[in-house]
Every structure is written in C-alpha cells, then in structure tokens.
Design a protein around this ligand. Structure first.
Ligand code: ZN
Length: 236
C-alpha cells in the first residue's frame, strides 16, 4: 500500500516506524515550514518517503505570500535530489472570496508550475471549487499531475485521465467521487489519506483502497497493486 498524499509533519507524536507496513508515503508540504519539515523527514527516511514542497492556494492570498513562495523555490532548488514533486499547489475558490485573492492565488500557482517545469518534477494539485480552472492553468505543463482529494465532476475526472494524469481518492465515500472513480481507468487513480485532516494516519489508506476496489469491482489486492504502481509512476 502507498499513501499517495498526507501531512506527516502534522501528526502529533509521530513515529514513522509505525507505518512500515506501507510500501511508501507521499509526505506533502503546503507552506515554507511544512515543506522544510517534509525535506528533513525525507533526508532521514529517503527509502520510504516521497517529499513534496510548495505553497497551497490558501497560503497564497496575502501580499507577503510571494516572499514565502520565493523561499520555497530556493529550498526546492537547493535540495533538488530530495524533492519528488511540487505541491500542494493550485486554486481554492472556496477560501478566495475576492477577485484580489483569486488573482494572488493564480499568480503564485503559475509561478510554482514553472518551478516544477524547470525542475522536471510532477505537480500535486489542491483544487477546491476550481478543478476546471486548474486543468486550464496546466494546459502547457509537460509533466505528471495528481489531483489530490479529487472533488470534481465526472467530466473533469475524464479530462484528467485523458491527459495522462491522476485523480487521488481519500478515505471518504461521496456520491460524486464514486461516479468519478467509476468513470476513469484504474491506471489513473491513486489512494490517499490526507492525514491527519481526513484519515488519522497513513494506515487509513486501506479504506481509500477499499472504496476504489468496491467501485471498480476488483479485489482489494488488485486495487492496491494498481494504486501503488500509479503512485510510483508519479513520484518515482
Ligand atoms: Zn493535503
């Protein structure tokens, strides 16, 4: 099993060895501090963790956000060998309630897409009420993309898969999400926990894999194998 998206730096009293039953964990930053933490953890457990650094759209809505993104760029470039992807980045129009905030998000999203392009790294997307807009911004991106905690429509899921990208499924069964899972090939789906926000720990990825297996009508083992292979295809 691979947890293709979580935040280990936010799990209190964490002991990484508790999760050794998993094959790998994708540990994702969302601002400077969490990205620094993801890098430190990666250096200590490089065979087990993927390290993703970036500034999420919720952290890209103030005048100071640009400075933080610049710091993250420096961190990513200086530690290139330990950085497996840029994320979670994107657009969140649930939290951006003014056009100024939306424009700030968009500008720093574009900048971080360029960073991923320059570094030859995949992108982990955070899109809330903005899946279509994120797909549009990624039109010219040459690398791999994972839509973390996918919450778009069936059409959007199909477009993501058609582009060769991935939707990532949390351990939460939703009507729309189940339809999205049903509408794309299992070779374009990863399983995640978003722990500690949704799953408590990365071990809860089992529940996400169960949802995928049931929806696809395949065994747990088959869904596990497919989603793990997909995560490795994205993150290396
Ligand atoms: Zn997350």
């Amino acid at each position: 099993m691979i947890d293709a998206h979580c935040h280990l730096m936010d799990i209190e009293g964490i002991n990484i060895d508790d999760y050794r039953g998993l094959e790998r964990i994708a540990n994702c930053g969302y601002d400077l501090k969490s990205s620094e933490n993801a890098l430190l953890m990666k250096k200590a457990h490089s065979d087990f963790l993927y390290c993703i650094v970036g500034a999420s759209p919720q952290k890209c809505m103030s005048a100071k956000s640009k400075d933080e993104v610049e710091e993250i760029e420096r961190l990513a470039i200086e530690n290139k060998d330990d950085v497996d992807a840029i994320g979670e980045i994107g657009l969140d129009f649930h939290w951006a309630d003014t056009s100024e905030k939306m424009e700030l998000q968009r500008g720093l999203f574009r900048r971080q897409i360029m960073l991923a392009e320059e570094m030859g790294r995949p992108i982990v997307i955070h899109a809330r009420d903005a899946v279509k807009e994120c797909i549009h911004e990624l039109k010219n991106f040459g690398g791999n993309v994972q839509f973390h905690f996918f919450s778009g429509s069936v059409d959007e899921a199909r477009e993501i898969a058609d582009r060769g990208w991935y939707i990532s499924i949390p351990p939460l069964r939703g009507k729309e999400r189940v339809k999205a899972i049903a509408s794309v090939d299992i070779s374009h789906i990863t399983a995640e926990t978003d722990a500690p926000a949704v799953g408590k720990t990365p071990l809860d990825v089992r529940r996400a894999i169960e949802i995928i297996a049931e929806t696809k009508g395949v065994s747990f083992e088959e869904a596990d194998r497919a989603t793990s292979e997909n995560a490795k295809r994205i993150f290396g």
